[in-house]
Design a protein around this ligand. Structure first.
Ligand SMILES: Cc1cc2nc3c(=O)[nH]c(=O)nc-3n(C[C@H](O)[C@H](O)[C@H](O)COP(=O)(O)OP(=O)(O)OC[C@H]3O[C@@H](n4cnc5c(N)ncnc54)[C@H](O)[C@@H]3O)c2cc1C
Length: 414
């Protein structure tokens, strides 16, 4: 790569709750030159459009709105000698940690001692789930609708149907009702709702918005603007059941059908990605397969609560600072896989003999009164066991092993 060059100890890509925390974590761990790169004009990431409260319970021990959460973290960053570059898009990242960035001043190169990836995620679109029908106006992903309504003060329609019961869809169901839009229902293909239980209660039940499980949109109708959608029940294999179709008149369809970690830069650098999370494969220091490149927040795996993205950011920033100062991985790693009813467990690699490692995991389907175990794959020994009254796929959970482990492990719900 050629062009004007600058250097830093730690470069953080993305100024959302994970990236802000990573920059702080790097500074607090002693990194001299920390550079925070954000493509948007403001810091805060997706929090800026989340005007409802419910953020900050773990980090600040009180519930505040998304913008307030962003403001507090941003103020902490601005108090430190961290170089903040907003309006700056990172276009390329090489395995030797050279970033190509573009801003109003033009292209330049940044050579970083360590890099933290904190680019967040993007939403799945209509094309990705292949809904047949016409291509009229009035079809939005829930996050883009949130942006239009909350940040640009636009009215996006009069009668809406929401496909998918992820948290953003649930929050937008309530938001649209407050904006005077009639929300005809939320349709979910799975037999369970995908959002947090508090959101189902507060955003749907309190407002009497129907939630139809085992249902999906099988056709979109309308020429210039959506005029109706056809919904149908699905069978065990999630295929629509003939004869169960019904037509719902509406002018707006919101899609809340999943988030995808934004890993284009990671791919350019050759970072190994996990097919289970869509994010990087990391060790317990949150370092990816490329030495000196760390990952945290939604770009690593999708978080239900912004606080956890920030906690991961603090840890990734600290480790990046230590790498930039010359610290290197302690030695060979063991592998950690997802066992029965566990969708993924993270980190996927752990330094052999390292005690006190904590895993984040999600289950595949809801279960009650279960124990989650971390088990040795060779010896069958159970290194940690934690009981849960209830586990939901929408909730990220944690389990910790206190002792040193020398064999490959599995995190499962036997
Ligand atoms: C649309 C949407 C709505 C959400 N609503 C809620 C909610 O209501 N409540 C809740 O608890 N959680 C919500 N979440 C989850 C929430 O995103 C996470 O908890 C948390 O914000 C993740 O933080 P992050 O820093 O990893 O990502 P983000 O907040 O997405 O921040 C990533 C940042 O990286 C920047 N970036 C990306 N690529 C580049 C690049 N190449 N160069 C420079 N900068 C780059 C982006 O502009 C962005 O500012 C929502 C998520 C989405 C996608």
């Amino acid at each position: 790569m050629s062009g004007p060059r600058e250097t830093c100890d730690v470069a953080v890509i993305g100024g959302g709750p994970a990236g802000l925390a990573a920059a702080l974590g790097a500074r607090r761990a002693g990194a001299g030159k920390v550079l925070l790169l954000e493509r948007d004009r403001t810091l805060g990431g997706i929090l800026n459009q989340c005007v409802h409260d419910g953020f900050g319970l773990f980090l600040y021990k009180e519930t505040i709105s998304g913008p307030e959460y962003a403001e507090r973290l941003t103020e902490d960053v601005l108090r430190e000698p961290i170089r903040v570059a907003t309006g700056t898009m990172v276009l390329d990242l090489s395995p030797d940690r050279v970033l190509r960035v573009n801003s109003r001043e033009g292209y330049r190169l940044v050579e970083a001692g360590a890099v933290v990836l904190a680019m967040g995620c993007r939403e799945r679109t209509r094309e990705m789930i292949e809904i047949p029908g016409t291509r009229p106006a009035g079809i939005f992903t829930a996050g883009s609708a949130q942006n239009l309504v909350n940040l640009q003060n636009l009215r996006i329609g009069n009668e809406a149907v929401i496909l998918g019961s992820g948290d953003i869809g649930l929050i937008m169901a309530r938001r649209l009702v407050f904006e005077g839009v009639a929300v005809k229902g939320v349709f979910e293909i799975l037999p369970w709702a995908n959002g947090l239980e508090r959101n189902i209660r507060q955003c749907l039940m309190d407002l009497r918005i129907p939630l139809e499980l085992r249902s999906t949109v099988v056709e979109i109708r309308g020429r210039d603007r959506v005029e109706s959608v056809v919904v149908a029940k699905v069978d065990e294999s999630l295929a629509p059941v003939a004869g169960t179709e019904s037509v719902i008149p509406c002018d707006t369809l919101l899609l809340s059908v999943g988030l995808i970690p934004e890993n284009e830069l990671a791919k350019k650098a050759g970072v190994v990605l996990s097919p289970l999370t869509g994010g990087a494969v990391v060790d317990e220091t949150l370092m990816t397969s490329i030495p000196g490149i760390f990952s945290c927040g939604n770009v690593l795996h999708i978080h239900d609560v912004a606080d956890w993205a920030s906690f991961e950011g603090f840890a990734a920033g600290e480790r990046a600072a230590r790498f930039a100062a010359g610290e290197r991985p302690a030695g060979p790693t063991i592998r950690v896989s997802a066992g029965p009813n566990v969708r993924y467990a993270l980190p996927q690699l752990v330094t052999r003999g390292k005690p006190g490692v904590e895993w984040s995991f999600r289950v595949k389907r809801p279960v009650r009164d279960v124990a989650v175990e971390v088990k040795g794959l060779t010896s069958g020994k159970v290194y940690a066991r934690r009981k849960f009254a209830r586990l939901l796929p929408s909730e990220l959970q944690k389990i910790k092993v206190r002792v040193a482990v020398e064999e490959d492990l599995e995190v499962g719900c036997p």
